[in-house]
Design a protein around this ligand. Structure first.
Ligand code: FAD
Length: 545
């Protein structure tokens, strides 16, 4: 019978083991994990900090005993694979507790060692005992005890990616004063600046001190110092500036690394060493739309790759298709999701694109708890191929992102969205789903039916003293408006046409860019040649309602 040895017992490792058992009841499957737990939910770790998941031990989904009893899989914890003789096909395993070594034979070796948090050695204080990173259950328990034993009040989370933000959210919910420090111009690199502003505003409103464009320079007991010289109180620092693939073992046994420094694999997840496969956070993947070599540290790809690698071992047809990168995050009262390419990614890859933003309600407006959905679609120009999407809302916006991720995977076009039949009743959405609406707007943009500028250009327009019309009602205008804007509501403009210039460019905005869009279309229709919609929301500028 086949001997399958797996290195790493969590995301990819546990999936590979389970798949191998399903395909081969006779195989001898051994999974080595250097930590004390296999099969835990890494993604749930931050939720223990707030008590949403009260018991850290419950994050472990399956014990070695359960693996043995249910699947006849030999899951060994505290066992580190430190090398391999790939000619003899054996691995060397070290017992982490006793230091004893053992040699274990394999026919097929699957590496799923994951990725390690980046801890830049040059930062003074990085090795201090008040500096943490989060990768496993042990890390979360250590952080929890340190916070309690030292009565910590102020925490600096370094890095505004999804792990940093989830940690920041949960520590805030636990009553800590949290600063999230991000070196880039905004948090969440998976969305564009305009959408990141909504996220940052929401974090501020919930008490998180978000600092962008500034990096960590120095850590001491009570504070961190930033590159700008700014000092932030912090008795604990959580490092979340990203992860780097754990290639220690792979390199040692002769597997080649790719241009991103992660393990190079082929179409079937086989490394450059025969019968050695690699999956998960440690491997190099291709971004499907740009064909760029890249990395992706997400749970679903790790599990899917593990299944594919095992399928290939058993002679099934598999296809390493790379990824488009679909993700979703919950932060206090909002959900933020993205898939495919952002505007920024299009620009970096010289892809000609356009975008459409809509801000409809999540359900029919007279229903209870109706909230806005911010949905941005990025599409190829002039092809209309759907390239990417970003969604923010209080509601279950994963529906919209998943539909759009599916469309990207199927090479869908803007025109496919307009007639897409999606489930509707007033509880669930508006009759035209946000996905249909953004398709319709995108189609108009593709057909050059009207002009638009993004909401992020407003500052520039104000500085240029451009003529900006605020199409909202007077009471909304009085409650707050762009300083230089003129209030001509949609409900009044037909009687006030003489106030709208015909010789200089005119920009129109409102709360969700729907009323402004209607006014733009009407003025275009009346023969105005100089009218541009400001796509996005007044809410994005100052207030996320
Ligand atoms: P891992 O699951 O990290 O497993 C690798 C294991 O290999 C480790 O336990 C390590 O100890 C072990 N190992 C390494 N080298 C050896 C060796 N030589 N011998 C023995 N054992 C070894 N993804 C999402 O899609 N959505 C989320 O919401 C999400 N949230 C996350 C939150 C946090 C805090 C973290 C840390 C990750 C999150 N992820 C999320 C990412 C996701 O968990 C990973 O992409 C996924 O677990 C990768 O699987 P993997 O098998 O490659 O690595």
């Amino acid at each position: 019978s086949k001997r399958i040895v797996i290195v790493g017992g969590v995301g990819g490792g546990a999936s590979a083991a389970a798949r191998a058992r399903r395909l081969d009841e006779k195989a001898k499957i051994t999974m080595f994990e250097k930590g004390p737990n296999v099969s835990f939910s890494n993604c749930s770790l931050p939720y223990n900090l707030s008590g949403v998941i009260p018991d850290a031990d419950s994050i472990v989904l399956k014990t070695p005993e359960q693996f043995k009893a249910q699947y006849n899989i030999d899951a060994q914890v505290n066992k580190e694979v430190i090398g391999a003789n790939t000619a003899e096909k054996t691995v060397q395993v070290r017992d982490v507790k006793t230091d004893l070594l053992e040699e274990v034979p394999y026919d097929e070796l699957i590496l799923s060692p994951g990725a390690k948090p980046i801890m830049p050695k040059q930062i003074s204080g990085i090795d201090n005992k008040n500096v943490f990173s989060i990768r496993n259950v042990v890390d979360i328990k250590q952080l929890q005890s340190y916070l309690t034993e030292n009565k910590v009040q102020d925490v600096a989370v370094i890095g505004g990616g999804f792990i940093g933000l989830e940690v920041g959210e949960n520590l805030t919910l636990a009553g800590k004063n949290v600063s999230v420090i991000e070196a880039a111009e905004h948090v969440l690199g998976t969305v564009d600046d305009d959408f990141a502003q909504i996220v940052q505003k929401h974090l501020y409103d919930n008490g998180v001190n978000v600092i962008v464009n500034d990096g960590l320079a120095k850590i001491s007991d009570q504070e961190v110092e930033l590159a700008s010289g700014k000092k932030i109180p912090a008795q604990v620092v959580v490092m979340a500036i990203g992860v780097k693939p754990d290639t220690t073992l792979a390199t040692k046994i002769g597997c080649k690394l790719g241009e991103t420094g992660s393990i190079l694999v082929d179409q079937h997840y086989e490394t450059t060493v025969p019968d050695v496969y690699a999956v998960g956070d440690a491997i190099e993947l291709t971004q499907r739309q740009t064909c760029q070599k890249s990395r992706l540290a997400l749970a679903f790809p790790a599990q899917m790759e593990a299944r594919d690698a095992v399928d290939h071992i058993y002679g099934r047809k598999v296809d390493n298709q790379g990824f488009i990168g679909t993700q979703v995050i919950h932060l206090f009262d909002i959900n933020v999701a993205s898939t495919g390419l952002t505007e920024k990614a299009c620009r970096e890859n010289n892809i000609e694109y356009r975008f459409a933003t809509v801000i409809p309600k999540n359900r029919v407006s007279i229903m209870p708890d109706t909230t806005p959905i911010f949905l941005k679609l990025v599409f190829g120009y002039p092809s209309g191929e759907i390239l990417g999407a970003q969604v923010i809302g209080h509601s279950q916006i994963d529906k919209q992102i998943d539909v759009l991720a599916t469309m990207i995977t199927m090479h869908g076009r803007v025109s496919d969205l307009t007639h897409l039949e999606l489930a509707y009743s007033p509880w669930f959405s508006t009759a035209k789903n946000a996905v249909n609406m953004v398709g319709l707007v995108a189609e108009n943009i593709l057909n050059d039916e009207y002009r638009q500028v993004p909401v992020t250009k407003v500052r520039e327009l104000v500085e240029k003293n451009a003529f900006i019309i605020d199409a909202r009602e007077p009471n909304e205008y009085q409650a707050g408006h762009i300083t230089t804007s003129v209030n001509i509501p949609l409900s009044q403009f037909r009687d006030r046409l003489d106030e709208i210039p015909t010789t200089e460019p005119v920009y129109i905005h409102c709360q969700s860019s729907q009323r402004s869009y209607n006014m733009v279309r009407a003025l275009d229709n009346l023969g105005y040649k100089n009218i541009t919609n400001i796509s996005g929301s007044y809410g994005e500028l100052c207030e996320y309602e």
